[in-house]
Design a protein around this ligand. Sequence first.
Ligand SMILES: O=C(CO)COP(=O)(O)O
Length: 256
Amino acid sequence: MCSPNPRKFFVGGNWKCNGTVDEVKKIVCMLNSGEVPCPNHIETIISPPFVFIPLVKSMLRTDFQIAAQNCWKGKGGAFTGEISAEMLANLGVPWVILGHSERRTLCGETDAVVAEKTAYALNLGLKVCLCVGETLQEREANQTGCVVSRQTAAVAAKIGCWANVVIAYEPIWAIGTGKVATPQQAQEVHYNLRKWLDCNVSPQVAMNTRIIYGGSVTAANCKEIGSNPDVDGFLVGGASLKEEFITILNARNFQH
Ligand SMILES: O=C(CO)COP(=O)(O)O
C-alpha cells in the first residue's frame, strides 16, 4: 500500500521588481477569481515587492499567503534601505524568499549571508523559501550537485529545524530565459538534494522537506515537470503575473 505523500504541493508567485498600484490590483483580482485546488492539497504564496505588501494583503484571497522577496540578515537598525524580518513578522507576513539567484548574483549575497538570513528569519517564526541553483557554466562543468549541496549545507550548518523551510531549485540559466530544465534534469537535481538531506540532515527532513522547481515555468510545461516524484511544486516568476498562473496552480490533478 502506498503511504500518502507528506509534502503538500507548493507554488509561489515571485513578482520580482514589477508592478504599479493599478497593475497590482488587476493581478490580485485575477488571482481572486481563479479556480484553484483547495488548501488541503496546495499551499500558495504570492510575493509582491515590499511596498505593495499591505495592498496585496488587504485584497488577496485568504487561501493564498504573502511572502516577502528578501529581508535583512539580523535585527533592524541603521541599515538604510533594508527591511528587517521583525518588520515582516510585525506586518503578519508569514513567508520570505531568501537566497534568490538575483540577490546572490546582483546583490552579492554569499552562502554565509543567505544562511544567516535564513536562521534569523526562522528564529522569528517566519517561513523561508530558500533558493539554490547553479549557473550555466557550473552545469556544463558538471558541478550542479556540488553547488546546490554547498548552498544547502551553508544553511544546514545554521539551522536546527527544517519544518518551516521549502527549498526552491532554480537553475540560473533557466530563470527568465525561456530555457526550462527538462523534467529529467529537475527530477535528478531534486532527487540528489533529497539524498543530500537524507545523509547530512536526517531521513525525516529529507522525506518531509518540499523541493520546488523554478525557472521558466509556464502553463505549457508545468504538468510534466510537476509530475516528477521529487518535484513538490514551483516558484514562478514571469508567469505569476499572468492568468496562466492559475493553470500552473492546477498542474496536479487532485480529484482522486
Ligand atoms: O526566478 C524565478 C522565480 O523566483 C523564475 O523566474 P521565471 O519564471 O521568470 O523564469
